[in-house]
Design a binder for this molecule. Structure first.
Ligand code: 5GP
Ligand code: SF4
Ligand code: MG
Length: 459
C-alpha cells in the first residue's frame, strides 16, 4: 500500500490526489482521501484506481487544509470497500482517520483481546486494531494513548493518523516500510515514497525513523518516540521491485540501486555468450540496463508492456494471473529472433512470469534464453505486507536452482546472491545486511512471528 498526508495547505485534497497518483504502483485495488477543516471530517473512498475513485466534484467535497490518503494493495483483510483506507472513526471524544502500510504480525492476537473486552470491529483490516487500542488506552493524553497503542504492535507499519488538530506519523521499530517527511511552503507533507514529493514540488526533509512518532500541528513539528529503534530492516523488496525508480529510500535512489544489482549479477554470472540483454518492463529495466552495461552487450527492448493492463500479480487467481501476463507483455520479434537472449527480471515468486516470458521469447525465435534474476531465490513467506504469502506458492521453496530452471524452461538461470544484493543496494548503515530485511530469502525474520500469525492472503 501507499500512504500520503498533508498538513496546512489550501489545496490539501487536490495535492493528496496527485500524491496518490505518484503512489499508484503501490496499490491498485482501492484509494481514499480523508480531509479535515479542524472541525468536520470528509471522506471519499472507493475500489479501483485513483482516477476511477475521484473526480473534480468529489475532490471539491474534501474541504479543509489537511488530509491523509491511501492506495490499497490487498494483503491483510481481503478486499471490499470496508477495508479501503483511510479508515475514519467518528466519536465525540475524538474523531480520527488512519492510513496504514504494512502488515501487523500480532493483529489477530490483539484483536481477540480487544473483542473480549468489548471492541466491535467494522472491517477485517488489521489497521482497525490500532484505533481500538488507542480508544482502550487509559492514558490521560491523546499522544500518550497513541504511543501506548503503537508500542503494542508487532510487525510492519508506516502509519499516518489525522485528528482535528494534528497529523501523526509513525514507523515500526525495525522500519520495515518507508515513510518520509517533506515540506511544501509552510505545509508539511508525508509520503510512503519521495516520488510523490517531486510530483507536487515538495522538498524532502527526512525519513520518519524506526520507533519514532512525529507530531505535526499548526504549532510545527514535534519529534518523539514510542519505542527504541531495533535492528533496522527496511524491506529489500522495496529496492528490488516495489518502489518507483525515481524514489529514494534512506538516501539510496531506487533506479541506481537496481542498476547496481544488475551489474553485480553480471559479475556473479561470469562469462556468458549472449547477443542481447533485455528486461521485463517496467520493474526490471533499470537492472537490465546495469547488467548490459557491465557485460558490454547492448540493452534492447525485447519485450513491451501494454500499460493499460494493471499489474498482473495483483489479480487473485492463478488462472487470471496467467491470462494477465499474456495480455500485458509482448515480444519484439526483430530484437530476439535468432538471438541468445539474457532476460533480466527482478524476482521469481510463483514462477509464472518467468515461465511465460521464456516461452514467449522462444516462440518469437530466440535461440537461447538465459534468465538473470536480481534477487536471491524467495523461499520463505513474507508476513510484513508484500504479497509473497505461502510456501506452496513459492517456486523456490524446497527446489534447487536447477529445478527452478527446468520448471521455467530457461537455458540457464542465475540469482543474485544475498551478499551481492546488500552490496549493490549500499545502504549507509552498519546494521546487519546494511539494515535490510531479507527474510523471504534467508528465513531470518527481524521480528518475532506469532504462533497465530496468519499469512496475509489467508485472512
Ligand atoms: P511470479 O510470476 O514469479 O509469481 O512473479 C514474479 C514477477 O512478478 C516479477 O516480474 C515481479 O516484477 C512481479 N511482481 C508483482 N508483484 C510482486 C510482489 O509483490 N513481489 C515480488 N517479488 N514480485 C512481484
Ligand atoms: Fe520485504 Fe521479504 Fe522482508 Fe517481506 S520478508 S518485508 S518482502 S524483504
Ligand atoms: Mg516484473
Amino acid at each position: 500500500c501507499g500512504v500520503f498526508g498533508i498538513w496546512g495547505h489550501d489545496q490539501a485534497a487536490k495535492l493528496s490526489y496527485y500524491g496518490l497518483h505518484a503512489l499508484q504502483h503501490r496499490g491498485q485495488e482501492g484509494a481514499g482521501i480523508v480531509s479535515t477543516d479542524g472541525q468536520y471530517f470528509k471522506s471519499v473512498k472507493g475500489e479501483g484506481l485513483v482516477n476511477e475513485v475521484f473526480n473534480e466534484e468529489k475532490l471539491n467535497s474534501l474541504t479543509g487544509k489537511s488530509a491523509i490518503a491511501h492506495v490499497r494493495y490487498t494483503t491483510a483483510g481481503g478486499g471490499g470497500i470496508d477495508n479501503v483506507q483511510p479508515l475514519l472513526f467518528r466519536s465525540s471524544t475524538g474523531t480520527m482517520a488512519v492510513a496504514h502500510n504494512g502488515n501487523l504480525v500480532n493483529a489477530n492476537h490483539l484483536k481477540q483481546h480487544l473483542e473480549r473486552s468489548g471492541s466491535i470491529f467494522h472491517s477485517t483490516s488489521d489497521t482497525e486494531v490500532i484505533v481500538h487500542l488507542i480508544k482502550k488506552s487509559k492514558k490521560p493524553r491523546f499522544i500518550e494513548q497513541v504511543k501506548e497503542a503503537l508500542s503494542l504492535l508487532k510487525g510492519a507499519f508506516s502509519v499516518i493518523i489525522l485528528t482535528r488538530d494534528k497529523m501523526l506519523l509513525a514507523r515500526d521499530r525495525n522500519g520495515l516500510r518507508p515513510l518520509s517527511i517533506g515540506k511544501l511552503g509552510d505545509a508539511w507533507v508525508a509520503s510512503s515514497e519521495t516520488c510523490a514529493f517531486d510530483l507536487i514540488g515538495a522538498e524532502f526533509i527526512r525519513e520518519v525513523q524506526p520507533g519514532e512518532i512525529v507530531i505535526i500541528s499548526d504549532d510545527g513539528i514535534e519529534e518523539d518516540r514510542y519505542a527504541p529503534m531495533e535492528q533496522r530492516a527496511m524491506c529489500a523488496m522495496e529496492y528490488i521491485y516495489f518502489a518507483r525508480p525515481d524514489s529514494n529510500i534512506d538516501h539510496v535512489n531506487i533506479h541506481m540501486a537496481r542498476k547496481r544489482m544488475g551489474k553485480q549479477l553480471a559479475k556473479e554470472m561470469g562469462h556468458i555468450d549472449a547477443d542481447v540483454v533485455t528486461g521485463v518492463p517496467d520493474s526490471s529495466i533499470s537492472a537490465a540496463i546495469g547488467f548490459a552495461e557491465e557485460i558490454g552487450i547492448p540493452y534492447e527492448m525485447g519485450l513491451i508492456k501494454n500499460r493499460y493492463v494493471g499489474r498482473t500479480f495483483i489479480q487473485p487467481t492463478q488462472e487470471l494471473r496467467e491470462r494477465g501476463v499474456k495480455m500485458k507483455l509482448s515480444p519484439v520479434v526483430q530484437v530476439v529472433r535468432g538471438k541468445r537472449v539474457v532476460m533480466v527480471d527482478d524476482s521469481i515468486v510463483r514462477g509464472t512470469t518467468s515461465r511465460r516470458i521464456v516461452k514467449m521469447l522462444k516462440e518469437a525465435g530466440a535461440k537461447e534464453v538465459h534468465v538473470a534474476i536480481t534477487s536471491p531465490p524467495i523461499s520463505n513467506p513474507c508476513f510484513y505486507g508484500i504479497d509473497i504469502s505461502s510456501d506452496e506458492e513459492l517456486i523456490a521453496a524446497g527446489r534447487t536452482v536447477e529445478e527452478i530452471r527446468e520448471a521455467i524452461g530457461a537455458d540457464s538461470l542465475t540469482f543474485l546472491s544475498p551478499e551481492g544484493l546488500v552490496e549493490a543496494v549500499s545502504r549507509p548503515f552498519d546494521d546487519e545486511n546494511g539494515g535490510l530485511c531479507m527474510a523471504c530469502f534467508t528465513g531470518k525474520y527481524p521480528t518475532e512471528i506469532f504462533p497465530d500469525t496468519v499469512l496475509p492472503h489467508l485472512k
